[in-house]
Design a protein around this ligand. Structure first.
Ligand SMILES: [Zn+2]
Length: 409
């Protein structure tokens, strides 16, 4: 396909933006940057990135000629969101969970969620728990659809007490996901801050995480309170949410190298912003008044993340739980983390770059800007170290050497 030109409105100006498709890849691209974050916490000044095919081949201040002049912007590795739900959209009547779309319409919705996520600067996502992710992952990997690189859990293991199954049945479920193409296993050990009763016994959790390990898969456990310790003891590799875990639980996670993926706000802000769409749907308050308590819950999440930040050696990744209403707004979670929780802005960036890549076991491919890695590169209009809202102004997106957004004035 030949490059197409589209108009993008940025900061009130209409500017041409190039939308370049996947084939053929230009032989060599040079990007000039005045401020470059390497994804590991270092800042490089006045340098150039050389890309050949899908990969970065050199960082060379003298490389020429320059194809993309990104000086004056902040250039950094494409972000990684460790927790999204790309197949989750509002139903045809606008309500959450109501469906009503034909399979074709639903597929386009999912493709659109992938597109807006990529345009927001996220070049890799971990989509946690829908078989629909598998076809999407393939279409994006083949270059048929623009979107972030997708890792999927296929179907999650929902803790349902004894009904979940015997340890052997749970092991068979894990193997079934692997056969269906899972990159990781998602497990619900319990459900929420208000319903923290354990839905999987220690024996069941042990079986799930041990079998995944045998299959070479990571395990992401949706866990609150006591479930955090159980999952850590079971050898699972990452905790989603984690709220109400004690400091001792968090210290145990740090000692065992278990990653934590907490949330500072976007997921709740999205429920409040779209409460008419969520109200009365399964798992959400029956009346609009019921959403008021979410404001208090946001503070509980903030306090939890503040505590987690103080645990030495605890590795915190960036995950938004993006779902219907918040696809493409993933970067708001950075703003929440820095503004409301006091996360250091560079630590926030690194949590979505090298730390996330390490959690995904993909450090040799993504998460930093260095020779040999995939050319996943974005640019922000502004400096997130001085003003975190710069994360809302993604003006350049390259994934695997292909430029998907170039809206630089
Ligand atoms: Zn989720």
């Amino acid at each position: 396909m030949r490059p197409a030109v589209m108009l993008v409105c940025i900061l009130g100006f209409i500017v041409p933006a190039q939308l370049v498709s996947t084939t053929p890849l230009p032989k060599r691209i040079v990007i000039a940057a005045s401020t470059l974050f390497d994804g590991k916490g270092h800042v490089l000044r006045d340098t150039r990135i050389v890309i050949d095919g899908t990969k970065i081949v050199a960082i060379d201040p003298k490389a020429a000629p320059v194809d993309y002049d990104l000086r004056g912007l902040t250039v950094l590795p494409g972000w990684i969101d460790s927790h999204v739900h790309l197949a989750w959209s509002f139903g045809k009547d606008g309500k959450n969970g109501s469906g009503g779309w034909t399979p074709e319409e639903a597929a386009y919705q999912t493709a659109s969620n992938a597109w807006v996520t990529l345009m927001a600067g996220f070049t890799t996502v971990q989509s946690l728990g829908s078989p629909a992710d598998v076809a999407l992952r393939g279409a994006i990997a083949r270059g048929d659809l623009p979107g972030p690189r997708v890792l999927t859990a296929v179907e999650p293991l929902m803790g349902q007490g004894e009904k979940t199954g015997t340890p052997d049945e749970i092991r068979a479920f894990v193997r079934k996901q692997k056969q269906a193409g899972a990159d990781l296993i998602k497990i619900f050990a319990n459900y929420s801050v208000n319903r923290p009763n354990l839905m999987l016994s220690q024996e069941q959790l042990d079986a799930a995480c041990d079998e995944a390990k045998k299959q070479g898969l990571r395990t992401l456990v949706h866990a609150y309170k006591d479930a955090v310790r159980s999952a850590t003891m079971a050898g699972c590799t990452e905790i989603e949410h984690g709220v109400l875990a004690t400091d001792d639980d968090l210290k145990l996670m740090a000692a065992k190298g278990v990653y934590l993926d907490p949330q500072a706000g976007l997921v709740w802000e999205n429920y409040l912003r779209n409460k008419e769409k969520f109200v009365g749907t399964p798992g959400y308050p029956a009346s609009l008044e019921g959403f008021a308590s979410m404001q208090e819950l946001i503070l509980v999440y903030h306090d939890f993340m503040k505590r987690a930040l103080k645990i030495p050696g605890l590795k915190i990744v960036f995950g938004t739980d993006a779902l219907a209403g918040s696809h493409g707004r993933n970067a708001e979670e950075f703003v929440d983390r820095v503004r409301d929780v006091g996360v250091d802005p560079m630590a926030a960036m690194v949590s979505a770059n090298s730390v996330a890549a390490e959690a995904l076991r993909l450090s040799d491919q993504i998460g930093s800007i260095a020779p040999g890695l995939e050319a996943d590169i974005i640019a922000l209009d502004g400096d997130p170290l001085k003003d975190i809202t710069a994360v809302r102004r993604v003006v350049f997106v390259m994934k695997g050497g292909v430029v998907y957004k170039y809206a630089v004035r």
